[in-house]
Design a protein around this ligand. Structure first.
Ligand code: SF4
Length: 393
């Protein structure tokens, strides 16, 4: 369990750690040394930070800790994809996925436990929203993956790209997101270039505007539909920030000064007979005209009880061809990790459902113990009354 009086060093960007050191009377440059030990060397004990003075190490031992999430489960797919289920201090679970390719290794990072945005094709949405992740819980996913990938049986792998595309809407957890992004791009931490760090949003327009002002990263937008009527159904946030408003903000994002932003990546999940017709492709081509764009077509990854099916390969090819003929760069994402719980949120959803159920039962039992003489049958912890209906397990 976390120690109430100790601060977690993984919660600090370099600037924030300098501020902390100033407040405790320590030289700010020590923050750079500590950040290197934490994120480049992956140390787990301040006594390993050999270039710090003995006094500073003693201070850090007493007042701080290095506390990443715990690996609850590691799955590796036959195609090399890793999925980690990470257990947080409060018992919640999140997922992190590593997708190896010949020329890169992409880590998909979560930003929230569950998600409030309720996209109808999304496994994470089934859990509802639980809470935002801390900086330590976001950057801790990269910290853990970097260490774990050193042990890959086929030889060490590196994380070359990060996408904030796991569980949750990153722009609704703004401050911790930005601090974690700063660490990813900090030369004393992970040193990833801004082209290799991508924030994926479903279109939280005001936060997108702020993001463009405070940090220079690549942007992916989960579009999934070429018109408001359909996007209202698939991505309910569209009712608040409709497509035209979102596109206007995306153009502004690309236009912000002193950036290297070259294009927006549009994510488009391919749902059989929902958003995958020729007409949809033509609408999409017209919609994005004039915006520097890459389009990622994502074959839908089915999960239990979903109403959607994956578009056929022929349909995806046809859809892609229409966009390519209209002049777009189109990438059809390969389905990866199909032999593990691959749809984002699927694995954590099982655990979070289970932990919610346990909490629910614990509350019922406590209530019954406190009210032994009361006889509300619905609150008895008998197996026949346990509310399994509606839970997936
Ligand atoms: S697709 Fe993304 S934004 Fe939509 S519900 Fe799922 S996690 Fe949330």
């Amino acid at each position: 369990m976390p120690t109430a009086t100790k601060v977690n060093l993984l919660n600090y960007s370099q600037e924030a750690l300098k501020d902390y050191f100033r407040t405790v009377g320590e030289k700010p440059f020590r923050a750079t040394q500590v950040i290197k030990w934490l994120h480049q060397m992956g140390v787990t004990d301040v006594d390993q930070m050999s270039n710090l003075s003995k006094d500073l190490r003693a201070f850090l031992q007493e007042h701080t800790e290095i506390r990443p999430p715990e690996i609850a489960m590691e799955q590796q797919s036959a195609d090399g994809t890793y999925k980690w289920l990470l257990r947080l201090d409060d018992g919640n679970a999140i997922e992190t996925v590593f997708i190896p390719e010949d020329d890169r290794g992409t880590l998909c990072i979560s930003s929230q436990v569950g998600c409030a945005l309720d996209c109808t094709f999304c496994s994470t949405a089934r859990q509802g929203f639980n809470r935002n992740l801390t900086v330590a819980e976001i950057i801790g996913q990269l910290w853990i993956a970097k260490r774990a990938l050193q042990r890959d049986p086929k030889g060490p792998r590196a994380v070359t790209n990060v996408v904030m595309m796991g569980m949750g809407e990153p722009l609704l957890n703004f401050e911790p997101l930005v601090a974690a992004l700063a660490l990813m791009m900090d030369d004393h931490a992970y040193g990833l270039s801004r082209r290799r760090v991508t924030v994926s949003t479903s279109g939280v327009v005001p936060a997108l505007d702020r993001l463009g002002d405070v940090i220079d990263v690549s942007l992916a937008v989960s579009l999934h539909a070429p018109n408001d009527a359909l996007r209202d159904q698939l991505v309910p946030l569209n009712r608040k920030y409709p497509i035209e408003r979102l596109l206007t903000e995306c153009r502004r994002f690309l236009d912000k000064k002193e950036t290297q932003r070259k294009h927006i990546t549009w994510e488009y999940v391919m749902l059989d007979k929902v958003n995958d017709s020729d007409e949809h492709a033509q609408q999409l081509a017209t919609l994005l005209r004039g915006i520097p764009s890459k389009i990622n077509l994502i074959p839908f990854n089915p999960f239990p009880d979903t109403r959607y099916k994956r578009s056929s390969n022929n349909r995806i090819h046809r859809f892609r061809d229409i966009l390519v003929n209209a002049g777009y760069t189109v990438i059809t994402r390969k389905t990866r990790g199909e032999d593990i719980d691959a749809a984002c949120g699927q694995l954590a959803g099982k655990v979070n459902d289970r932990s919610r159920r346990e909490i629910h039962f614990a509350r019922i039992e406590q209530r019954v113990n406190n009210n032994e003489n009361k006889t509300d049958p619905d609150h008895r912890p008998t197996s026949s009354k346990r509310p399994n209906a509606g839970l997936r397990h």
